[in-house]
Design a protein around this ligand. Structure first.
Ligand SMILES: [Zn+2]
Length: 336
């Protein structure tokens, strides 16, 4: 029997800068500690130890102009470029190729005036909601160019918040052109939709085809349960086990991974870099390791860790792939 792909979606990473701290509603965790504004490289190294040990694969964002603090090539405000370079080098050598690298647009904060590099007053997703392909194409092009300059091979983009949702046709046409212009790739993917608990299960679908170019939509199918670790100082084994239970219980019988597997979904498991870093404690990385161990123990004959580049390839080559978002999925996006 063919194994079901399982992929870990990691939104919001950037060299050191916490884009979450920059755009969060309050500068505090729910238990009242200040949100840290930078994540030390040690957390990235710990994460790499875990993904290498357990063969975890998926998608990892690199925000090119994180929180409007400059860009990853020319420097980030208040951050030593040597540390930025160390972070980028580690991602290039240890996170890829298991994880497909994507920009999460430019800043994951305020929209950027691409002529001047300055921040516009609107958040990127609010700005995008009234744009069309004539303005979205150069915007996405800039994001891809920065990652290309940082020597990443990129086959897709990630939507910060619900970037482009109101103008999705324009967004994906712009993405297809920008990807072809910058990297010369005719096929690419994007992550925008969250579709959970869908009867029959959710798989990526072909969202756009023009000439011989094609864009695949890869949806997420779980909530980010690691998020809880941001708001707690607990680091005991019982807490780690409790966080992992949301995805897969110790007996392998419950949790959203099991639920979605039973429905028939591709297992695109969502989290964020801030959730794994847990406001500096790295508790989320430990919970991720626990999830990976449970997946290994209970599901190794049924599922296989898969990068987004591999998911793109299998969707393009699947003659039965959905050619559009299935009608039954139209109204079930869930806020996250
Ligand atoms: Zn994000």
């Amino acid at each position: 029997m063919k194994k079901i792909p399982i992929s870990l979606i990691i939104d919001d990473p950037a060299p050191l800068v916490s884009v979450y701290a920059a755009h969060a509603d309050t500068p505090f965790t729910k238990d009242g500690r200040p949100l840290i504004e930078t994540f030390p490289n040690d957390l990235l190294f710990r994460f790499c130890d875990v993904i290498e040990k357990h063969g975890i694969k998926g998608k990892f964002s690199v925000v090119p102009m994180p929180a409007n603090k400059g860009d990853i090539i020319n420097g980030l405000e208040g951050i030593d470029q040597q540390q930025v370079d160390e972070w980028l080098d580690c991602v290039r050598t240890r996170v890829t190729p298991a994880f497909s690298i994507c920009p999460e647009m430019l800043s994951h904060n305020k929209a950027v005036d691409i002529e001047t590099g300055k921040a516009l007053p609107l958040r990127e997703d609010v700005w995008a909601s009234t744009q069309d392909r004539t303005t979205l194409t150069p915007y996405i092009t800039r994001a891809l160019e920065i990652l290309k300059e940082a020597k990443f091979d990129v086959h897709g983009v990630i939507s910060p918040w619900y970037f482009g949702k109101e103008v999705e046709e324009e967004y994906i046409a712009a993405l297809s052109k920008a990807m072809y212009d910058v990297y010369g790739y005719k096929n690419c993917f994007y992550f925008l939709h969250q579709l959970r608990g869908v009867p029959g299960g959710v798989k990526p679908w072909i969202a756009y085809e023009e000439d011989d170019r094609c864009v695949v939509s890869i949806p997420g199918v779980t909530r980010d349960w690691f998020w809880e670790t941001i708001d707690s100082t607990r680091t005991d084994d019982e807490f780690i086990s409790h966080v992992a239970d949301h995805y897969i219980t110790a007996d392998g019988k419950g949790g959203c991974i099991i639920h979605e597997l039973e429905l028939g979904a591709n297992l695109t498991v969502c989290t964020h870099w801030q959730s794994l870093c847990s406001n500096g404690l790295g508790t989320g990385i430990r919970a991720l390791e626990e999830v990976a161990k449970r997946v290994e123990k209970h599901l190794s004959d049924r599922v296989e860790w898969t990068s987004f580049n591999e998911l793109l390839e299998t969707t393009i080559n699947d003659k039965n792939a959905y050619r559009a978002r299935p009608v039954s999925m139209q109204k079930i996006d869930i806020e996250f």
